[in-house]
Every structure is written in C-alpha cells, then in structure tokens.
Design a protein around this ligand. Structure first.
Ligand SMILES: Cc1cc2nc3c(=O)[nH]c(=O)nc-3n(C[C@H](O)[C@H](O)[C@H](O)COP(=O)(O)OP(=O)(O)OC[C@H]3O[C@@H](n4cnc5c(N)ncnc54)[C@H](O)[C@@H]3O)c2cc1C
Ligand SMILES: *[C@@H]1O[C@H](CO)[C@@H](O)[C@H](O)[C@H]1NC(C)=O
Ligand SMILES: *[C@@H]1O[C@H](CO)[C@@H](O)[C@H](O)[C@H]1NC(C)=O
Length: 418
C-alpha cells in the first residue's frame, strides 16, 4: 500500500454520483481516491436538475451550498415552500388543479453548474483520470484488493471499487456475472439465471425530450408565461411537460415526456440518447393549451432520452465492490430524485468508508451497512417515481380525468416529505 494510506478507493464514473462521492471521501485524508471516467473530458449535458431538501442538507455539509446558490434564482426556504404548479393541459383551455408545497424548497440548477462547482471544490489529492473506460474487474475472496481492467489495456489495483458508471454500468454487469458464477458453482441454477437476466436495463415505454430555451426568446412571445412565476407541470393523457427557470433565470429548462405505459418493458430500438427534432414529439401535444404551444414553438433541437431503469438487485455489493447512483437504481425521473438519491448514496458511502475502524480487511462489512440502509430507501423512491409517471399522464385506475365529477385534488398525490 502506497504512502501509508488506510484505504485505496477507486471510483468508476465521474457523473454526479462519482464526483459527489469523491468530494465526500476527500474529507478523510488517509483515504486515497482515484476517479476513472470513460469520456475524454468532463462535460455534463445541457439540462436542469432539481434537488429536494434532503440531498440539499448533504450539499451544505459538503460546503457547496453558497457557490451553488449563486448559480440559481431558487430561494432557500427552510419551512413550507411553494413548488410546482400542476395544470390539466390536454385541452384548449387548461385548468390549474394543484399547487405543491414542500418542507424546504426545491433548488433548481443547471447540471453543468453543479458539476463545475464539484470540480472546483475537489482537492488535488483526489486524482481524476479521463479516457479510462472500465471493461471489468477481478477480485478473489482469499486475497486483498480488486484489479480493474481498462479498454486501453491498462489495469489498476485498489482496496474498494465503487461503480458510479451510470445506467449501462460495467461494474454492475461484472458484479452480476460474478454473483451468477458463484450461484452456478453452488448449484443455485435458478438464481444464477435470474442474476444474468437483470443485467440489461428496462425501457419504461417513455421518452423525454429535453431542451434549454433562452428566457428572452420565450419572454418575447409570452411575457406573462406562468413559468416566469413558478415551476410548472402541464399534464395530459399522453405525457406531460415540465418546465422551470435555471441559470439565474437566463434559461428555461424544458422537458416533454411522451408516455406509453403499454410499452413498458419492451425493447427500445435506436440510440438511448440522441438529438431529435420537434416533429418527433410535438404532434403528441397538438391539442394542448396555449402555454404549452408557446413553449413548443421555442424548442428547436431537443435531446431525446429513452427512459430506461434498472431491474432491482438483491444487493448493491459483492465483496469489495459496490454500485451507487444510476448504476444501482436508475429510475424514471418523475420524482426528480435520481441525482438526489445518488448524492445520498455518496454521502453514506463516504461516511462508512471514512469511519476510523474501517480498514482494508473489514471493508466488506462496512459496505453491507451502506447496502442495508440505502437499497430499501432508493427502491422506495424508484417505485414512487414510477407511480408519479402514471399520475402525471393521468393514468390512474378508476379515475376519469375528463369527467366534471372528479376533483383531482382528492386523489392520492404524494406530497414530498423529504
Ligand atoms: C429527463 C431526466 C430528468 C431528470 N431530472 C432529475 C431531477 O430533476 N432531479 C434529480 O435528482 N435527478 C434527475 N434525473 C436523474 C439524474 O439525471 C440521474 O439520476 C443522475 O444524473 C445519475 O448520475 P450518475 O452519476 O449515477 O450517472 P451518470 O450521470 O450516467 O454518470 C455516469 C458516468 O460514468 C461514466 N461511465 C460510464 N461507463 C463507464 C465505464 N465503463 N468506465 C468509466 N466510466 C464510465 C459516464 O461517462 C458518466 O460520466 C433526471 C433524469 C432524466 C433522464
Ligand atoms: C425530423 O425528424 C423526422 C423523423 O426522424 C424526419 O423525417 C424529418 O426530416 C426531421 N425534420 C427536420 C427539420 O430535421
Ligand atoms: C482491521 O480492523 C480489525 C478490527 O475491526 C482488525 O481485527 C484487523 O486486524 C484490522 N486490519 C488491518 C489490516 O489493520
């Protein structure tokens, strides 16, 4: 072990999950940190991200709060705070039917601002290596350490491997193959097959079309558009539109969801993320209310995301290896919580790894504490997010949203209590 460090941690993936974890771990000077990222440089997609109070508490603990607040118009409110306004919009004249209030405000950020702030705070001692695509790892249970193998032919050894490599995680794939091999060797055939079946992500039947609209462009067409006063959700049968200002009010984050529940769990043909054009989805919103039409007029080349999730795993860990963030629990975005969950993973992982009694011998036990706390919580959020996808596309058993007799308010909307 080099330079007397207590633990050598390798993080695979420098997204929100990996970088937040690296920063949280850097509080412990006797832990060595290397981050391996497949991309040639660190660049986030141009899109917004909302953070609820619980992950925000972590942001505060990590010392990022003041710098992040400088990048947003969102006001930090500790008590009851106004959040999204909901309209039924798949009709000529929309109706507002619900206003969400949360305990503590939702902070809306540009993803690139979050990433830049993280990078700015990351100490030099934490090494970040770009153009390092992990292919696989190997660990043997009677020997200390994990060996990592990269696409460029190089390898690296560490005490702990954290897979923060997103939806198509190589770490998760390798981990499931490893567990499947063990199950097979021990004659647990059914389990062995099930593990292999859970390697590939599942298409949710939903596509998101994301774009950033310059606020001035929208203001020129509709100076009193609702999005200038509150984050908005425009709901209807085929999906919904979500929009809010970011970057100090200069940009409007726009996402349109095209939702086809009947296609959940089928195969999506085509690239999962691609540049698209309006004609690919605008027809789904053709008869929607004017505020939605105005937004659509301002969108040019949205990014199309085919929303995939990962099948639940029975464990996030194997020996000295663990997964976190989307690699562990990629979920639909309808609770605005995928990144928030990654931030919670990061903080808890760093806390257990940083514990003074954690060392390279007992690290498996340490990781099992992370797994037992975070897995049920993250999967609970994942399930609520899936249900929100049904609510937001007005797909609730036994409720006819077009009938006058229904008060949508009385239905079982989940109020964020985080
Ligand atoms: C439309 C939409 C809206 C969303 N809105 C919100 C929101 O408002 N609030 C919220 O909390 N969440 C939101 N999310 C979810 C959030 O974006 C994700 O949960 C979060 O970005 C996941 O971060 P991550 O670091 O785990 O994964 P990623 O961002 O995917 O990062 C993984 C990193 O690993 C790298 N990598 C991949 N494979 C390898 C490899 N083999 N070797 C080395 N590196 C590798 C990748 O290049 C990447 O940099 C939204 C998601 C979508 C699709
Ligand atoms: C938009 O996409 C459709 C379908 O892929 C394609 O046929 C059309 O030519 C595209 N339009 C523009 C303006 O790029
Ligand atoms: C790690 O800690 C355990 C006690 O928790 C101890 O028994 C073991 O010897 C330690 N190992 C190392 C390498 O320090």
């Amino acid at each position: 072990m080099s330079s007397g460090s207590r633990l050598r941690v390798a993080i695979c993936g420098a997204g929100i999950a990996g970088l937040t974890c690296a920063l949280a771990l850097s509080e412990y000077p006797d832990i060595e940190i290397d981050v391996f990222e497949s991309a040639g440089k660190l660049a986030e997609v141009g899109a917004g991200i909302g953070l609820f109070p619980r992950p925000w508490q972590i942001i505060r603990k990590l010392g990022l709060e003041q710098d992040l607040l400088k990048t947003t118009e969102s006001k930090l409110i500790e008590g009851r705070a106004p959040s999204f306004r909901y309209r039924k919009s798949d009709q000529r004249e929309g109706v507002e039917f619900f206003r969400l209030y949360t305990q503590g405000s939702l902070i809306l950020l540009h993803r690139a601002d979050y990433q830049q702030t993280l990078l700015h705070h990351l100490p030099k001692s934490c090494r970040t290596h770009c153009s390092k695509r992990l292919l696989s790892y190997r660990q043997s249970h009677n020997r200390h350490g994990v060996d990592l193998f990269f696409e460029d032919g190089t390898s690296y050894s560490c005490d702990v491997l954290i897979g923060a490599d997103g939806l198509k995680s190589a770490v998760r794939r390798c981990m499931l193959h490893e567990k499947s091999g063990i199950a097979q060797a021990e004659g647990r055939w059914k389990e062995s097959m099930e593990l292999l079946r859970s390697v590939d992500p599942i298409w949710s039947g939903q596509n998101a079309y994301r774009a950033l609209i310059p606020a001035e462009k929208l203001r020129a067409r509709a100076p009193s558009h609702s999005v200038f006063t509150a984050p908005m959700q425009y709901l209807g049968k085929n999906g919904y539109v979500l929009t809010y200002p970011i970057s100090g009010g200069k940009m409007i984050n726009f996402v349109a969801f095209d939702i086809r529940h009947e296609l959940e769990n089928t195969k999506f043909n085509g690239p999962w993320v691609s540049t698209s054009n309006k004609s690919r989805f605008a027809s789904r919103f053709a008869d929607w209310e004017p505020e939605v039409q105005t937004l659509l007029e301002c969108v040019e080349e949205p990014l199309q995301w085919a929303i995939h999730t990962i099948p639940p795993m029975k464990s996030f860990i194997s020996g000295r290896v663990t997964v976190m963030g989307d690699a562990a629990h990629a979920m639909t975005p309808h609770e605005g919580s995928g990144a928030g969950q990654a931030i919670e993973d990061a903080y808890l992982l760093a806390t257990v790894l940083g514990h003074p009694r954690t060392n390279s011998t007992n690290v498996h036990h340490t990781l099992s504490v992370y797994d037992s706390i975070r897995r049920p919580l993250a999967y609970d959020v994942m399930e609520h997010s899936r249900m929100n996808g049904h609510y937001f596309s007005l797909n609730v058993d036994g409720v006819d949203f077009d009938s006058n007799s229904v008060s949508v308010r009385e239905n079982n909307w989940r109020i964020y209590d985080m």
